[in-house]
Write a protein that binds this ligand. Structure first.
Ligand code: 13P
Ligand code: SF4
Length: 365
């Protein structure tokens, strides 16, 4: 007879160190039945348990290649959905805390994107003229929408390539939910800023005129990451004044002005690789989430490299932070007892269409 799930109440008050020991013990019991995928923004005492770390593209690829029965995703909801969609049907994708969402992903919903598609059809035939591109930071039903309408998924590390693919299919792109990634990637392709317009989903026709839509190359959804929008050009200016020999590297979710004034732009994995590969005794200003930056600073300080965080205030991804040692211990102990808690299962019809858009991306990247 199956015993009941172990309640989270018993873990809630556990000290971090004790939770860490329980994670290790449960993992030893589980062996290769579980793989722990961990995004670079995870807190140190969760990151320490990772089998594989990476940015969204790397983790999507590896989720699709893993043989483990259980994929425990220390990241946010859309990442665990992607792992479920790309893994085999008998594999289980788990998110240790279901409240770990992504506020940017929530800025675009299927209902609003479908409405935008309907409204666009008053000006042009979107299924002939517009490729829908969703950033991987989006719900599975939006990836399914893209799969169904000849569109594709992109990540922060392949967005320009994905736009090139998209323009080879149709003459315009509807890019959601992150306007900044869309704008920066379009700009890198040589698309003038004037040919990229913002679609405000709360206004009729996105707040645009028919002429603006007809002229636009990229229609950018009015979405953004609240963590990355904290970084400001003035932070870069101050750093450059104090350290004229220093380098600036930022994530493409930062504003256009921040990206423009940075020396390098890249995904979380690219940021880590670039700074680690840099010559000793160099100084870096980094525009991305604080957990990543603090860990990187520690890892490279023995080479005399100095890594500084771009903002004066604390910018953590509060939803990534929800994955704590207590939730991870709770998830793994249940698994070790043969019980799955917090499984992320995308409905089959949605998963099938979303997989089309994800596989298009993996083929292009
Ligand atoms: P990366 O794919 O670069 O890791 O970005 C994910 C993310 O959510 C950044 O905010
Ligand atoms: Fe979402 Fe921003 Fe957090 Fe990335 S940092 S998961 S985009 S809220």
């Amino acid at each position: 007879m199956q015993t009941a799930t172990i309640s989270f109440d018993r873990f809630n008050t556990l000290a971090d160190r004790a939770a860490g020991e329980r994670i290790r013990a449960a993992r030893a019991r589980l062996g290769d039945k579980v793989v722990l995928l961990c995004h670079h923004y995870q807190r140190a005492d969760v990151y320490a348990h990772a089998d594989i770390t990476g940015d969204s593209l790397k983790l999507s690829r590896l989720a699709s290649q893993s043989d483990a029965e259980n994929i425990v995703f220390c990241g946010v909801h859309f990442m665990a959905e992607v792992a479920d969609i790309l893994s085999r049907p008998e594999q289980v994708s788990i998110l240790p805390d279901l409240a770990a969402g992504c506020s940017m992903a929530d800025m675009a919903s299927l209902a609003k994107v479908e409405r935008a598609w309907r409204e666009l059809s008053a000006v042009l035939d979107p299924d002939q003229k517009v490729t829908p591109v969703t950033y991987i930071n989006s719900a599975a039903d939006l990836k399914a929408f893209c799969g169904e309408h000849g569109g594709i998924v992109c990540t922060s590390s392949n967005a320009t390539k994905i736009l090139q693919w998209s323009f080879a299919q149709r003459e315009k792109v509807l890019f959601f939910p992150d306007q900044h990634l869309g704008r920066w990637s379009g700009y890198k392709m040589g698309i003038p800023l004037d040919d990229m317009v913002i679609w405000n989903p709360d206004l009729e026709l996105g707040g645009l005129t028919r002429e603006q839509i007809a002229k636009a190359k990229i229609i950018l959804w009015h979405g953004y990451c609240s963590v990355h929008q904290m970084f400001q050009p003035k932070d870069i200016l101050k750093f450059r004044n104090q350290h004229p020999d220093g380098f600036v590297i930022s994530h493409p979710e930062c504003s256009f002005e921040v990206c423009k004034q940075s020396d390098y732009i890249g995904s979380t994995e690219t940021i880590l690789q670039t700074v680690k590969a840099a010559p000793p005794n160099t100084r870096w200003l980094v525009g991305t989430e604080l957990n990543l930056v603090e860990r990187l600073a520690e890892e490279v300080k023995h080479e005399g490299k100095i890594v500084q965080f771009m903002a004066g205030t604390i910018c953590m991804c509060s939803t990534m932070q929800r994955i704590d040692p207590q939730h991870l211990a709770w998830t793994l102990e249940n698994l070790a007892e043969g019980r799955v808690v917090n499984q992320i299962k995308v409905p089959a019809h949605e998963a099938k269409l979303a997989k089309i858009a994800l596989e298009r991306m993996l083929a292009v990247s």
